[in-house]
Design a protein around this ligand. Structure first.
Ligand code: SAH
Ligand code: SF4
Length: 433
């Protein structure tokens, strides 16, 4: 979502004549869009600001001013602290106020500015549509935020505090944005939300619309070839949505459905409000609806109170589900969350040991999943020049990176390939059609 938000910041500043650059030394404005989900992510900001201080100094020697802003969830949660610790920062703003960027930047040229309110208005109503050349430059796949924020309050998680409560965008706005993306060459759209499957928007004069219905609407767009959505919560995996996986060809057979832990005791302490058994049932129903669906997930190891037995339950669950890929993390106590206050914090060393055990199994599953593709014919969205000469690269329905020898004129199309080799992070293929 930070990638999407950063693009929208570029969109609004484009209106004022700014252009995006990836060369920091050339930038008059540098915005650091930050993530607060784990401590490691938020600590990175201060080292990054140190680097920016040097760049700003060098530019100053050349008579150039540099405006430095910190955006996103760390700005939201620790804005005052950043202001105090990093005098180089001119501007702080949160994930819900970036539609005000043009005014904020004007003000920040005269004084240090901080805006981390949750404004009553919806930022999306004030953001301009992306310019065609910006969309084209971003490539064939695009994110599109449909829902933001979270009301679930898992006890480890900062999201409900930093992104705010759940808000769904009106369907017409989403459909219009999707059409604009497609008319500028986008072939694949991933709908985004912290709880994307809790999407509960409106359409046609206020009628309610859920994520399954929204997917049906979007699937009607000519030229849009692939749809995905992320991240889903098990409790919002409705019958409708499971059915959509059967009925919508454009919906890719790949679902990110995190459970975090395979122990019911820990799930309860995490305030996930579902059991391991309920999760497994959902997976079973999904596989019944779409037999080729692959599942990915998120795991947290070392949540407070996690015993050896609880951890073993997680490993068992992983074996039962057989993931195509997954993200896994050591528990990171976050300020202001109930988890951080809990007794029985698991020592860092044990967290690290458990993480590497768990990742060994997940890595093996991912490699096996990729190897099972060898010999298969698959549709690949070719989206870039390959690393080696004469090669192009693309993505499978399961988001696997695929490379093959083929003319670069095919980039932008979907072609059939035969998979001939597989590693953990990529597949090698031959062009079929
Ligand atoms: N809304 C999604 C997840 C959003 S956060 C969901 O409910 O599944 C993305 C992932 O970061 C989470 O799934 C979790 O695995 C991880 N995460 C969140 N808070 C964390 C913390 N305090 N420590 C470690 N990992 C965390
Ligand atoms: Fe965080 Fe996801 Fe839980 Fe919401 S549902 S609190 S975003 S982990």
């Amino acid at each position: 979502m930070n990638v999407y938000d950063s693009n929208r910041m570029v969109d609004i500043l484009s209106e004022d004549g700014y252009e995006n650059t990836d060369k920091l030394e050339q930038a008059d404005i540098i915005l650091l869009n930050t993530c607060h989900i784990r401590e490691k992510a938020s600590e990175k900001i201060f080292s990054e600001l140190g680097r920016l201080r040097e760049i700003s100094k060098e530019r100053k020697n050349k008579g150039l001013n540099t405006l430095i802003g910190v955006a996103g969830c760390v700005a939201q949660a620790e804005g005052e602290e950043i202001m105090a610790r990093a005098p180089i920062v001119d501007l702080i703003f949160g994930p819900q106020t970036y539609h005000k960027l043009p005014q904020l930047i004007k003000r920040a040229k005269g004084e240090r500015v901080i805006d981390i309110d949750f404004p009553p208005e919806d930022k999306f109503d004030y953001l301009p549509a992306a310019k065609p050349n910006n969309i084209v430059a971003r490539g064939l796949t695009s994110f599109l935020t449909v829902q933001e924020g979270c009301d679930k309050f898992c006890s480890f998680c900062v999201v409900p505090y930093t992104r705010g409560s759940e808000v769904s965008r009106p369907a017409e706005k989403i459909i219009a944005e999707a059409k604009l993306l497609v008319s500028n060459g986008v072939k694949e759209i991933t709908l985004l939300g912290q709880n994307v499957n809790a999407y509960n928007g409106t359409i046609r004069g206020g009628k309610r619309i859920n994520l399954a219905q929204l997917l049906f609407e979007l699937a009607k767009i000519d030229g849009l070839e692939r749809l995905r959505y992320t991240t889903s919560h098990p409790n919002d995996m409705s019958d409708d949505l499971i059915g959509a996986h059967k009925d919508i060809d454009k919906l890719m057979p790949y679902l990110h459905l995190p459970i975090q832990s395979g122990s019911n005791k820990i799930l309860k302490k995490m305030n996930r409000k579902h059991t391991k058994e309920q999760y497994l049932q959902i997976i079973e129903r999904l596989r019944k609806a779409r037999s080729d669906i692959a599942i990915s997930g998120d795991f947290i190891v070392g949540f407070p109170g996690e015993s050896e037995e609880d951890f073993t339950d997680t490993l068992e669950l992983i074996k039962q589900v057989n993931y195509a890929s997954a993200f896994s993390f050591k528990y990171s106590p976050r300020p202001g969350t109930p988890g951080a206050q809990m007794k029985e914090q698991v020592p860092e060393k044990l967290r690290a040991e458990r993480l590497s055990k768990l990742q060994a199994i997940l890595n093996e599953q991912q490699l096996n999943f990729n190897r099972a593709m060898i010999g298969k014919i698959m549709p690949i969205l070719f989206d870039k020049i390959g690393k080696e000469k004469g090669q192009i690269g693309g993505r499978s329905p399961y988001l696997q990176a695929v490379h093959l020898e083929a003319p670069k004129e095919l980039i932008g199309t979907i072609g059939e390939v035969k998979i001939i080799a597989a590693e953990k992070n990529s597949l090698k293929a031959e062009l079929v059609k």
